[in-house]
Design a protein around this ligand. Structure first.
Ligand SMILES: [Zn+2]
Length: 264
């Protein structure tokens, strides 16, 4: 690949597939790996605090690269891409599994409350999960997310259903989940099957509490493993829910009420 006037792609790493289209992965010298989805005609690129938004001018496959060798990417405009953007976790790492329970009836309310099954998080938070996923893959494991960013108006729906601060954060306070800086998740094996954990997601019994010890060794091991990989990247575990982790810098992000289908 020829040198780009501004960025120096050292190599094209791989191609892979995502549910929506072919992804092309590039490694830019000194930058984290980036995924470009040609169908979306756009990808974001962080460059040492500076950023550029590029438009793909077609060429959805490697075989159709144009003579410039840049896979048809032309610089379209400049825009600021920041750590606080709400991004779809699967656009950062499509191998992280998502099972957004609040988009299904399989949740404590018993009916879907999200319009779509997507997990959005602050870019910086999503990048941490990407690193955790890569680390877990070395031991043939991965992450599966139950919930990420939750718009404030949905927090109100939860509160109306269960107005008890032991289980639901009051909407006037707002939670880290409303800031896009908390995540509910578990560990899965290579087949995507969940590892045994103390309880199912959103179980409000004592068994879901982290200090709970009357569990098989394997379960304690799994809970501890999830906790340690998350803490290594600066997440803070919530005592009463084994699946919930707050980003340590969560308070830096504002509470949002952008609906999920608006972000999609
Ligand atoms: Zn949570």
């Amino acid at each position: 690949m020829r040198r780009h006037p501004e960025f120096e792609p050292s190599c094209a790493l791989k191609t892979g597939s995502c549910p929506r289209s072919l992804h092309l992965a590039f490694h830019f010298k000194g930058l984290p790996d980036l995924l470009m989805c040609p169908q979306l005609k756009q990808f974001n690129l962080n460059k040492l605090g500076d950023a550029g938004v590029f438009k793909c001018s077609g060429c959805p496959t490697l075989s159709k690269t144009d003579s410039s060798g840049y896979f048809g990417i032309t610089k379209e405009k400049r825009a600021v891409v920041s750590d606080s953007d709400l991004v779809d976790i699967q656009s950062i790492n499509p191998r992280i599994r998502v099972d957004i329970r609040y988009a299904t009836a399989n949740n404590f309310i018993g009916k879907p409350v999200y319009p779509c099954a997507k997990c959005y998080l602050r870019r910086k938070v999503a990048m941490k999960l990407d690193r955790i996923q890569q680390r877990l893959e070395k031991i043939s494991l991965g992450l599966k997310i139950f919930d990420g960013y939750r718009p404030l108006s949905i927090q109100k729906v939860f509160w109306d259903y269960c107005p008890d601060p032991r289980f639901v954060v009051p909407p006037e306070k707002g939670s880290r989940q409303n800031r896009g800086a908390a995540v509910d998740l578990t560990l899965v094996d290579q087949e995507g099957d969940e590892l045994k954990m103390p309880t199912a997601f959103d179980d409000f019994t004592d068994k879901a509490h982290r200090p709970y010890e009357r569990l098989p060794k394997e379960v304690i091991h799994n809970r501890t493993l999830l906790e340690s990989v998350m803490c290594e990247q600066g997440f803070i575990p919530l005592d009463s829910e084994w699946w919930h982790f707050d980003d340590a810098e969560g308070e830096n992000y504002p509470i949002e009420d952008i609906s999920l289908d608006q972000l999609a």
